[in-house]
Ligand binder design. Sequence first.
Ligand SMILES: NC(=O)CC[C@H](N)C(=O)O
Length: 208
Amino acid sequence: MTLTPVVGVLALQGDVREHSIALAEADALARPVRRPEELAEVDALVIPGGESTTMAKLAAAFDLLVPLRERVAGGMPVYGSCAGMIMLADRLLDGRPDQQTIGGLDVTVRRNAFGRQVDSFEAELDFAELDGGPVRAVFIRAPWVESVGESVEVLATVASGPAEGRAVAVRQGNLLATSFHPELTGDHRVHRMFVEMVRARLGQPAAR
Ligand SMILES: NC(=O)CC[C@H](N)C(=O)O
């Protein structure tokens, strides 16, 4: 019997509801995670967008930072969107001097990278391994991935404009991160990709 993967959504701030809906559409059971006991009960975790400096402070205040690092080190699948990508990064540019991350993803991420003129925008992205055409990506004061370690795969880059070629979706082992917000468009393919990573981790066959 294949059990439905239980995927937590870090519920300190951000689009918790939208991610939960997208996960349910991708055949996972979504649960909000605010406390270490709740983190201990999930198979995987989504970290929504928001404000990474605030999220890091809240994670520390809720005694989640150390357990989060331990679960990541233990191989728990985590998907970080926007501020969630920042939280997973090993190295930050334009972070606050005292800004903490969970880390685990061998990348350097630049916060608020797109600058004022294109503060928030949408773009079509070719996304590796996703069938069904380009992904419509919503960027909101988004970071980009400035550089990656050798075990990191770049899944999507910006196709044109001043940020052409910048990496905005990456994967390393059980960690997935996007600069943009797939929970806002009703296209659940990125969440589905993540749930398949969770199934693989749990030793379950692919859903379809
Ligand atoms: N939409 C977002 O998550 C924005 C991220 C935010 N600019 C930060 O630095 O955390």
